[in-house]
Design a protein around this ligand. Sequence first.
Ligand code: BGC
Length: 487
Amino acid sequence: MHLDDLEILARVSISEEKEELIANNDGEPQSEISHILSEYILDRSQYEKVSSLLLDEMEHGLSKEHNVSAAVKMFPTYVRSLPDGSERGDFLALDLGGTNFRVLAITLNGLKVEMKNKIYPIAPEIMTGKATQLFDHIASCIDNFMAENGLSGQKLPLGFTFSFPCKQEGLAVGRLVRWTKGFKCEGVEGEDVVTMLHEAIKRKGLGVECVALINDTVGCLMSCAFHDHNTQVGVILGTGTNACYMEHLDRVGTWDDDTEEPKQVIINTEWGAFGDNGCLDFIRTKVDRDIDATSLNPGKQLYEKMISGMYMGEIVRMIAVECAEKGLLFNGQVTPELAQRERFYTKFVSEIEEDNNEEEGYPKVRQVLDELGLVNVTTEDCRILKHICSVVSTRAAYLASTELTVAVDGSLYRFHPHFHDLMFCMRLSEDGSGKGAALVAAVANRLRSRSAQLVFVFKLMLSEDGSGKGAALVAAVAYRMKLMSPH
Ligand code: BGC
């Protein structure tokens, strides 16, 4: 896979039967609702422009010269090999950044993977509180999980799936560039999150060591590649959106590490930031701008805000409110629930689009409307709301479309009834964030134990690197590449 193939990744293919939600400018008089929705229905040339802009942005991100000003950062992850099925051992994994925070215990044994996991809620005060509070909470969850699973006192290697943009300096060193989605914890941006995790682990007196820091897209790719060695791309469509892929080293202008075999590295594109330089303004609507302005990160992640699960329900809600206020929907009712920001969950969009039971007057749509306090709704109201949902989710799916067979995961993709069909050819990654973290940790761990002496040699070579541990792990991966090299 290289940048030429990325053109395929970025290109949007729209087949005949999917054209109905693409602009139809045949001069028919538009109803007021169609008029409101028309800015969400892009035409083929607009989608093609988005694709080619994304490709340009990705090229900029890879280039040493343009990376500083690029919106799509294309971070090298230091993961240079996909799992080969020989990974074995017991691992812990953390998954932070999606809908939930989870701790997992994973046993890898050939192609057999055993997993236990527990979800731990993170209170909104912690998501937007102080760094130490967040990391101490994570360490407490690890402690609780180990105790509940009879693992207390064990020195287990840990893979940390941290689904935010990080500039990695090694396999287990990564500085948070900025928070996205619902997080805004003070004192983490610019810091190495593995160091912060280790400090909290130490405060808690645990014997766990983080050997790999990965993005959820990388977990998704690793997990799918474990079962299908041809997988080259990982895409997340969940609370946020992002993609990663395996790239040739000679195309990565920003690469500053060794260039031994295999001459490749997984690139975390961070495509959610596409448009942050204004290049998508030609398709952004009033609602897109409003959602951005009131978000935790105004001006950032503009592509993500048009696509992902954190925002889709809110886009639908705002359009529905506009229609209701104009007397076009719900007989003009705007209940306090409908008026409340973020109260129209993205899972409602899935539930509404799933309901094709017109004969019974759309019972599931009515159930959702009931939750929003809307009474006396008509079947026509339900039909219109279904149409609004479909226009918004179709725009999201087309914007995120690819023609490749890729590993894909995320709550939006899993639970929305048509996202898959609209995006074609996808393979669902079974618990990539958890399993993938364990796989990266397993590769790192296996190489380290297999090559203690040479790790040392490489460790010396890389001793300039700030973190000894991270350097040793990068060295371990480098050693494996050396083993695989024909020379
Ligand atoms: C983050 C990415 C992540 C994506 C999906 C985005 O907000 O910046 O790092 O992969 O969400 O979770």
